[in-house]
Design a protein around this ligand. Structure first.
Ligand code: SF4
Ligand code: SF4
Length: 314
């Protein structure tokens, strides 16, 4: 799934990163635990979206062992300031049948905010009921088409009618269950393949979402995804400090921790949660060294960062 960090936080931090370095008070300290913990429950996917470098994935397909997930959640549950937990990574999270159970566990351990991004192709009524019942707080649906043609040209391998119906049913079921969560974010990415039909997209969802409880639409622009795509030109000079090592930790489904969610092949490893704790990795020498390097705009040795348009954008 594409960009995991919560939108408002991401936008705020990105603008901060563009301000001159001496003013970066934010970068002088970090909290004892990441603010956001991105846990990839699976790296398998049933789609081949045009903007997603799935064909470049070299990692073995898999699902995170439930015991490992539980270990991670237990570790952070004792903290006063618990991380927001994202339950997806470079894959379709609903392919993992234990997803509702993972949500339930995170909520039972006191995680205040659970979030995931899905393509909704498998969000059938039974699964919808389980996810709502488990207590998921927020769910973003990547929906990059406005009719059969534009949708299948962009979200290759998926079916427009099935996805539309799943979203509509989801909203109905949530209402029947008298729940206000998960709040829904319907996301659109204007592209050549979908005709950049932003107004049509708004029309499609106008009467479906429940704005009173916080459902909303979201519009994004294409991203290079750590160099996996080539939408935005990347010059030689990196111009901003990436906030990731100060705010978030990404965990791959095999338990390795990496610098961020766009490192889809896990080449910028910072630790292994099979043998280390979240706090050990977050406060340990590897991530501390990265903070120092990034703070000086030194991205040497970070091949994904060097091709990432987040830090090259002016
Ligand atoms: S649904 Fe699309 S964007 Fe998400 S992981 Fe699969 S191919 Fe990539
Ligand atoms: S690839 Fe590097 S620079 Fe880009 S978001 Fe990830 S950690 Fe930050």
């Amino acid at each position: 799934m594409m960009f995991n960090a919560r939108d408002k936080i991401t936008r705020g931090l990105l603008s901060l990163a563009r301000s001159p370095l001496p003013f970066h008070l934010y970068y002088r300290r970090h909290f004892p635990l990441p603010s956001v913990l991105l846990i990839e429950n699976t790296n398998c996917c049933n789609a081949r979206c045009v903007m997603c470098p799935r064909e470049k994935l070299t990692r073995k397909p898999g699902v995170m062992a439930f015991e490992l997930f539980e270990k991670i959640i237990r570790e952070v549950s004792g903290a006063k300031r618990k991380p927001v937990v994202h339950l997806h990574g470079f894959g379709e999270p609903l392919l993992d049948e234990s997803l509702p159970e993972r949500i339930r566990l995170a909520k039972a351990f006191g995680v205040k905010h659970t979030y995931l991004v899905t393509n909704a192709s498998l969000l059938f009524p039974e699964t919808a009921g389980k996810i709502i019942g488990a207590g998921l707080d927020e769910m973003k649906i990547s929906f990059y088409g406005t009719n059969d043609e534009s949708y299948s040209r962009t979200m290759r391998g998926l079916n427009f009618k099935v996805a539309v119906n799943n979203v509509r049913e989801f909203v109905k079921i949530r209402k029947e269950m008298k729940k206000k969560t998960p709040k829904l974010i319907l996301q659109y990415l204007p592209l050549e393949t979908n005709g950049a039909a932003t107004e049509e997209f708004k029309f499609l969802w106008r009467s479906v979402l429940d704005k009173r409880i916080g459902d909303r639409l979201n519009f994004v622009s294409p991203d290079n995804f750590g160099g996996g795509r080539d939408y935005n030109p990347v010059g030689k000079k990196i111009t901003s400090v990436c906030f990731y090592p100060w705010s978030a930790l990404s965990v791959l489904c095999d338990g390795r921790a990496v610098t961020c969610c766009v490192d889809y092949n896990g080449v910028q490893e910072v630790g292994d949660l099979n043998v280390q704790s979240v706090a050990e990795i977050w406060n340990g020498p590897v991530v501390s060294g990265i903070r120092k390097n990034f703070g000086k705009l030194d991205y040497g040795g970070f091949p994904v960062c060097q091709r990432c348009d987040w830090v090259h954008r002016q």
